[in-house]
Structure formats: C-alpha cells, structure tokens
Design a protein around this ligand. Structure first.
Ligand SMILES: *Cc1c(COP(=O)(O)O)cnc(C)c1O
Length: 428
C-alpha cells in the first residue's frame, strides 16, 4: 500500500521505523493546529494575490533595468504591492538592501538626526544591531553621529515594563524600535496584538514618536502585520519569510510615506531617493517569492511545532513548547551536551537538498565568545527561510533552527536530526 511505500522510502533515506511510528502519532495530534496554520496561509495568500491584481502586475514588470534604473516600473509596482500587503502608505523593496541588518540600518539612519534618541522598549536588540547603534563601539555607528540610545528591559516574565517605558520617553526620544521575534535571545516573541498595545501606550505618551518594528521572521505568521496595529515602519529581509525562498537578495521597509522616503534618501542619496536603483532582472523572483511566501512560512511553522513536540517527547527543553501559540518561525531546542548539538546539526545538514554530503563543524566566529556550528544546505547563501540550524557551543547547548521551504522537507530534516542523535545514543 501507499503508506508502506512511504515508510520504506523514509527507511531507505535513513529514518528508523521507531521514529516513523512516533512521527505518525505526533502528526495525528497536530492535525487541528496544522489546519489553523493552513487557514492563516490561505488568508495571506489571498491578501497577496489581491494586492498583485489590484496593482495590475504584468510580465512587463519582470523586465530588467540597468544603470540608474529610472522608470523601473517593475520595481515601483512591487513597492506598491508591498505597501498594499502591509496596509502601509509606501514601501521601499530593493535588492540594494543587502540584508535585514542593512534595511534596519537604512530605516534608522534615514529617520534619526544628531541629538535624537533611539529607544528600545523591549530590551537588547538583535546582535548585529549592537554595532549599528553603537552599543558595541563600531565605526560608523549611530552613536558616532551623536544619536543616543536608551533601552528598557522586559520584566522577568517577558512582559513590557510599562512604568519604566513611560519614564524613559523624553523630549529627545525620536524613534522606538521594537523587535518582534526573539531572534536568538532568551525571551518570548511578541504577537502583533501585543506590539499594538505597546505602540498605543507609547503614542499616548508621545504622539509623534516613530514606531519601527523589526519584523524579521514574523511576516505572514499571523493574518495581520505590525503596520496594521500602528507601526510607522515595518522592516525585514527578503532572504527570510517574505522572499519565499525565491528572492536571491533584498530587504523591505514599509510604512508611512514620509519615513519610507527618509529611508530612501539614505539608501541612495538625498534628492534621489526612490527614483533610482536598477533591479538587474530579479524582479520576477521578488514577486514570485512574495507570492509563495504564505505557503513557505506555513511549512516552516509546521516544522517548528512538529520539532518542539518530537524533542519534548524525548525530554529536551524546547522554546516555544509544543502547544504555545506561534509568532515567528524560530525554534530553540536545548540539547544539554555539545555532542548532541553537533549531532543535531549534522542531521539537518544531511537532510539538505544542497551540500548534503558536507559535515558541519564548530568554528570560532567573529563576534562570538565561543565556537559556533551552523548547518545549512540552501539554494540562496545564508537564507534562513530554508531549513537551517545554528548553535553556540556553550551551556546550555541550545540549538536554534528555522525554515524549510516545504513542510515535507522540514519534517524530513527534523527526523534526520533526531535519527542522528539516536545513532549516537544521545536520545534518552
Ligand atoms: C535576521 C534578523 C535580523 C537581520 O539579520 P540579517 O542577517 O542581517 O538579515 C534582524 N533582526 C532579527 C530579529 C532577525 O531575526
């Protein structure tokens, strides 16, 4: 029968029948949750489809421009599509935004001036932003331009510290940056609803405060985005969720027209702004990636929940746990030993469509105080909407993983990671 064929195929691909049987039980338990995830994907698919239809997307928009890129109607229309999807006034969506960090840098540097203060009401931002802001002394940081920084940490239970936030907002506070996903930090990821409450609270104190959300890893996990609940700017990377695994590069900044324009003047040059920037023939990938994104994000989410359930079963710490609501696609698993972390990453790597024959090894990485191991076999270098895992080799030996272009690949990768632990007798 068909399921037997499938079981045999998994077995041929190195997965023990014991794990297959466990997987079947867990999948059956997850049916209702997976249905809910499918419905969110369906909603977001329609939202994106409608934005493309309303903007009359056509194959002329896929033509390449070069040089200055004047009158690149494919680029301009894609920006209209993004603006509509995010229910924002305008958007900047460019291959010249080379990463999420760069997009965030451009949004910050474009909207802050000497003497202004940048404020994080949600604790320390993503590692790479420490250099951008100047929390860590770095050439060219905002701090060198006399832009100061203040942060209020979350309360021990992970909630917003409203009293301290109120105290912190002063006459110099120009822009508040709110990171939606926990990234690789030890705190919860915020729902869009929670972000909306925080923004309302801050705008009551200071109506002209610019509220920016670092939306990385959060896009299309819910049916609304931070721009639906008052965020003035939403910023993210196209080699994560909204690029759908197809965009080869890029970032986006969506929000109030004035603030998007300020960012554009910083990305290109004052006076030039959005008018220039050739797209060199990649527009169709940016459109197609956005179109595929809800489906891809749903697969990554299913994989994350499935992994939480499987690893929970074997007594490992998982965050979020197997039953919590999800607001991003990152899954943390605490594996308790360096051997288990390495085995996990070897399994993820061995399951990849690209470079499956490569063995990942821990390595000293710039910016870390310990060795780091990374597993990725991606079509796009560094893409973390594709199945990938990384971990610092230090206690408590937590591996962070995310992505999977399809649910089936995420499932296989997670089974392969578990099998790798099993083969080394690291499963309790
Ligand atoms: C990935 C990420 C970024 C930016 O990272 P890049 O690697 O520069 O694209 C910023 N914030 C969060 C929360 C992220 O997950």
């Amino acid at each position: 029968m068909f399921t037997e064929d499938l079981d045999r195929f998994y077995s041929d691909m190195g997965i023990d029948s014991k794990l297959i049987n466990l997987s079947k039980k867990i999948e059956a338990d997850l049916k209702e949750r997976f249905n809910h995830i499918d419905q969110i994907a369906e909603f977001n698919q329609l939202k994106i489809l409608k934005a493309m239809q309303d903007n009359r997307v056509s194959d002329v928009h896929f033509a390449a421009t070069t040089g200055y890129g004047y009158n690149d109607i494919g680029r301009d229309t894609l920006e209209r599509v993004y603006a509509d999807v995010f229910h924002a006034e305008d958007a900047l969506v460019r291959p010249q935004l080379i990463s999420g960090t760069h997009a965030l840098t451009v949004a910050l540097a474009g909207n802050l001036r000497p003497g202004d203060e940048l404020f994080s009401p949600v604790g320390k931002p993503y590692d790479t932003l420490e250099g951008v802001i100047g929390i860590k002394k770095t050439k060219g940081s905002l701090s060198e331009y006399d832009i100061t920084y203040k942060q209020v940490d979350l309360k021990p239970d992970g909630s917003f510290d409203y009293d301290k936030i109120k105290e912190a907002i002063g006459p110099k506070t120009k822009l508040a940056t709110i990171q939606r996903s926990k990234g690789y930090a030890d705190r919860p990821t915020f729902s869009v609803g929670q972000i909306g409450n925080l923004i309302s609270f801050m705008k009551d104190i200071k109506p002209d405060l610019i509220c920016m959300v670092d939306n990385c890893y959060g896009e299309f996990v819910e049916t609304i985005e931070p721009s639906d609940v008052g965020a003035d700017l939403c910023v993210g990377s196209l080699i994560k969720n909204p690029g759908g695994g197809i965009a080869p590069i890029g970032g986006y900044i969506a929000g109030k027209a004035e603030y998007v324009e300020n960012a554009a003047y910083r990305l290109t040059a004052p006076g030039l702004g959005k008018e220039v920037g050739a797209t060199l023939g990649i527009n169709s990938s940016l459109y197609q990636g956005l179109f595929m994104s809800p489906q891809v994000v749903s697969g990554a989410l299913k994989g994350a929940i499935y992994a939480a359930r499987l690893y929970e079963h074997f007594g490992f710490g998982v965050r979020p746990d197997g039953s919590e609501d999800r607001h991003d696609i990152i899954q943390a698993v605490t594996l308790k030993s360096p051997e288990a972390v390495i085995a996990f990453c070897e399994g993820i790597q061995a399951a990849a469509p690209v470079d499956s024959f490569v063995t990942p090894v821990p390595w000293p990485m710039p910016g870390y105080n310990c060795d780091v191991i990374m597993a990725a076999g991606a079509f796009v270098q560094g893409s973390s909407i594709e199945l990938s895992a990384d971990a610092p080799i230090k206690p408590p030996y937590t591996v962070f993983f995310q992505g999977g272009l399809t649910w089936y690949h995420a499932k296989y990768g997670i089974l392969k990671s578990l099998q790798s632990l099993y083969n080394k007798e690291l499963l309790i």
